[in-house]
Design a protein around this ligand. Structure first.
Ligand SMILES: Nc1ncnc2c1ncn2[C@@H]1O[C@H](COP(=O)(O)OP(=O)(O)OP(=O)(O)O)[C@@H](O)[C@H]1O
Length: 827
């Protein structure tokens, strides 16, 4: 932090006449006694002193109570004496708390609530800790618990032990006189069984009132065990720990039908809301049938919504939250633990920011002098020291033209002998002019310090990305889910790869494998290699992709198109569920309003990271640009986010289409102002100092950040930590991509010897209806989209239906049952 300028305070001259007490009139603005008392009581020091005092008192009480168990038989006889008499014979008192301890113990333990009096120790401890500002149970709750336990437990002890009164080994009743009294009174009115019922009933009420878990627990106790037949009817969704396998129709996305583009969504990039448009239905457009809920379905949903009984798209009485509990995707890998902090390296500078005062003062003087040389006088100058740069904020004297200071950039740079300075004139919203000067000894911002920070740990972002620290040493974090896509650029060796690793690391620290899938595209084949091992935890790939890290250009095109299909499929699901975004969708899925048997599935976020995007555009051009632009335009609502990085920020790579769809951008140091303008629409990135010094821009905001440093061994540690743990059997499969020309599927990829058991029935259905549609099969047989998709593939291979035809339903090639039976016989 910058050293604060000492503020000179001129002592007010004492009014001569107002001498001494007697003539001092009361200042009307002076706070009254009540306010002063309140201020005193709420003062932090008062609270802490009181907290310590209360805790000492509690400890005294505890010691006295405990010793009462041993010495009550000695001390009890003296308890009838007066305080003064007791004082005289205090040497005879055995209690460890002496006279006071003995009196208190006798009052609470013998004459009060017996053993239940220990609840007072709990209450006192809570008060003490709260005064010390510890985050423990609120006082009113502690009071409630204490009262209950004092009365209930003493009564219970009294009730249970009354028959044994004569054989106590204690010299007092464990329920205390109060407990004994209350239990006797109850027994006299309602008998033993009535008292027992009151005790059990009051405990249940207490448990229900004090914990939300009681009711589910009780329900669990009395729940009817499902019969075998019911278990069989339940969707197979969960991960089976014993078999180490995860077989879920819902998450393995393999299909062949592409939802027509014009039919699904018209999204507006600047618009939060999606406009879902549907063209006039064609007679044979079967897809349309299932997408549009029937009128009475709508009505039912609305009514149910009102009554709080919504069960959208779910007619299965066995599929409901009361029966199955909330869906929890993390149960797939329930033992998974996120990477721990010790996997990251700690740097010496993590905890104390070293400020070189000599350097700061010298720079300050040089700036003032250089400006003076050009006739610019300044009023104030203030320095804020960041990890890599120091920001000097100056307020020029009235009448100085800002452009004059701006033009002195090179002169100031020369006078400071700095590698690059950046002048921000004026700093938006501050009314000052900023001069950012690189520190001669820049500090490394460790990923450890960022991940360990409270801000990151407590972040509620959907996809938290912690970049590093700002000039004021604050943690700089963004939510990728809101950005919604990111463009990263920077010349070679300036920290781009480290930056991408920092992004991935942040996500890996916060997300469970079920919630996040990464698609890593790496034409250079070296950057993301390291993440290959977490394929079965966090990576998504094409079903036939050998390597989860995509390096081949043709595979990139295929993967991007597959992502477009995944996006369309997700929109389809959103539409069926009557929701507008992934969050709402998953929330409905959690509460079992969306049945997997109807094709619904939990949707993890998909983050696509493309390194060396420039190389791809150069080799594949529009083939890459178009799907990227399409995903960028539409995918925000369905949880698909893209980060594309390039070394070459030229206009033929970062085209208008790409720029328009990537409002959030990160620039590491680039070689020219033109490159800076291409990325950020403003200069600045050319004046960065490298080694992770970056500018983040979103809309009009430009923030300078020192990117956190995460080294390869650290990433290896994280990857190792993840791979040690139970995984899914495969990577997350993206839907199969079928070329837009509809050249049909590769027959060799479909194994007809493993035909689906429903194959023949599905064939008959398709021929009878003369509609080649996956949705029809899905609906009639109540099966998932993926299984229906596989049946459709098989039907295509044997020539019952034609190839995929874009927005139209597939052609049915067999006209009647006779021909169909012939085909089936020959299989
Ligand atoms: N955030 C950072 N903090 C400290 N040093 C860094 C940081 N980022 C990068 N560096 C230093 O700069 C070097 C180059 O960084 P990096 O490999 O990320 O560059 P790059 O822009 O990805 O280069 P290329 O495009 O050639 O892969 C690193 O090896 C490291 O020494």
């Amino acid at each position: 932090m910058a050293p604060k300028k000492p503020i000179k305070t001129i002592p007010k001259p004492e009014p001569k006449a107002a001498s001494k007490k007697e003539s001092k009139p009361r200042d009307p603005n002076e706070p009254g006694f009540g306010v002063r008392l309140k201020n005193f009581l709420t003062d932090e020091r008062t609270r802490i002193v009181m907290g310590i005092a209360v805790l000492i008192g509690v400890l005294f009480l505890l010691v006295s109570f405990v010793s009462y168990f041993f010495f009550a038989y000695v001390d009890q006889s003296k308890m009838e004496l007066s305080w003064g008499e007791l004082q005289k014979m205090r040497s005879d008192i055995q209690n460890w708390g002496s006279v006071l301890g003995a009196i208190l113990s006798d009052t609470f333990l013998r004459r009060g609530y017996g053993i239940a009096s220990f609840a007072l120790i709990y209450f006192g401890t809570i008060i003490g800790l709260r005064l010390l500002t510890a985050k423990v149970t609120p006082v009113w709750k502690a009071f409630f618990h204490t009262c209950f336990w004092l009365v209930w437990f003493s009564t219970l002890l009294g009730f249970v032990l009354i028959p044994f009164t004569d054989s106590y080994t204690f010299s007092f009743s464990p329920g205390g006189e109060q407990g004994d009294e209350v239990s006797r009174w109850l027994i006299s009115y309602v008998g033993n069984s009535g008292t027992l019922m009151i005790l059990i009933g009051s405990f249940l009420i207490y448990a229900i009132v004090s914990s939300k878990k009681t009711i589910p627990f009780l329900k669990g106790l009395f729940k009817r065990k499902p019969k075998d037949a019911e278990i069989a009817a339940e969707p197979e969704l969960e991960f089976s720990e014993e078999s180490d396998e995860y077989e879920s129709e819902a998450t393995v996305a393999v299909g062949t039908e592409i939802i027509p583009e014009d039919w699904i969504v018209k999204g507006n990039e600047s618009d939060e809301e999606l406009v879902i448009e549907t063209p006039e239905p064609e007679k044979n457009d079967v897809l349309f049938e299932i997408q549009q809920p029937e009128a009475n379905e709508e009505v039912r949903t609305a009514e149910d919504e009102e009554s709080g009984l919504t069960n959208d798209d779910n007619e299965d009485p066995f599929y409901n939250v009361a029966k199955l509990g909330k869906y929890d995707p993390t149960l797939d890998l329930s033992h998974y633990t996120p990477p721990t902090l010790d996997l990251l390296k700690v740097y010496g500078t993590d905890n104390d920011t070293q400020i070189d005062m000599v350097e700061q003062n010298a720079n300050k003087d040089r700036i003032i002098k250089t400006l003076q040389n050009y006739g610019i006088e300044i009023e104030t100058i203030k320095a804020t020291v960041g990890p890599t740069i120091t920001l000097y904020e100056i307020v020029p004297k009235a009448g100085v033209r800002i452009s004059k200071i701006r033009n002195l950039e090179y002169d100031i740079m020369l006078s400071l002998a700095a590698t690059g300075i950046r002048i921000i004139a004026p700093i938006p919203g501050k009314g000052t002019i900023g001069i950012e000067v690189p520190n001669s000894d820049p500090q490394v911002v460790s990923m450890h310090s960022i991940i360990a920070s409270k801000k990151f740990q407590e972040s509620k972002f959907e996809l938290p990305v912690a970049f590093g620290r700002t000039i004021t040493n604050d943690i700089f974090m963004v939510d990728l889910a809101k950005m919604p896509h990111l463009l990263v650029a920077g010349a070679t060796g300036q920290g781009k790869s480290v930056g991408l690793n920092a992004i991935i690391t942040s996500l890996l620290y916060k997300k469970h494998p079920s919630q996040l899938k990464l698609v890593l595209v790496d034409p250079k084949k070296v950057e993301f290699n390291i993440y290959g091992d977490i394929e079965k935890h966090f990576l998504a790939k094409l079903p036939d992709g050998d390597d989860a890290i995509i390096t081949d250009t043709s595979k990139v095109v295929e993967t991007l198109n597959s992502l477009c299909k995944e996006m369309d499929d997700r929109y389809d699901l959103l539409k069926k569920a009557h929701v507008r975004n992934i969050k709402e969708y998953n929330e409905k899925f959690f509460v079992r309003h969306l049945n997997p048997e109807k094709g619904h599935r939990f949707l993890p976020y998909i983050v696509v990271i493309v390194d060396e995007f420039g190389d791809l555009i150069m080799t594949a051009g529009k083939e890459v640009e178009m799907p990227i632009a399409r995903i960028a335009q539409l995918a925000r609502a369905v949880g698909i986010h893209m980060i594309i990085a390039t070394q070459r920020p030229s206009v033929n790579i970062i085209t208008g289409v790409i720029k328009a769809n990537f409002p959030a951008r990160v620039a590491f140091r680039v070689s020219s102002m033109i490159d800076s303008r291409t990325i950020l629409d403003s200069p600045g990135a050319n004046q960065l100092v490298g080694r992770g010094d970056m500018l983040f821009s979103q809309g009009n905001d430009l923030t300078r950040v020192q990117c956190a440093f995460v080294d390869t061994p650290e990433v290896e540690n994280i990857v190792h930590h993840i791979t040690q743990q139970q995984a899914y059997p495969t990577a997350f499969y993206l839907p199969e991509y079928v070329g837009v020309e509809g050249e049909g599927i590769d027959a060799s990829s479909v194994d007809m010897s493993k035909r689906d058991p429903l194959f023949e029935e599905a064939a008959r259905l398709i021929v009878a209806n003369q509609q080649g549609s996956t949705s029809l099969i899905q609906r009639k047989f109540s099966i998932g989209y993926n299984r229906a998709g596989r049946i459709v593939d098989q039907l295509e291979v044997v020539g019952i239906i034609g190839p995929f035809e874009g927005s139209k339903a597939r052609q049915v090639l067999v006209m009647d049952d006779y021909h169909l039976e012939q085909i089936l016989k020959n299989l």
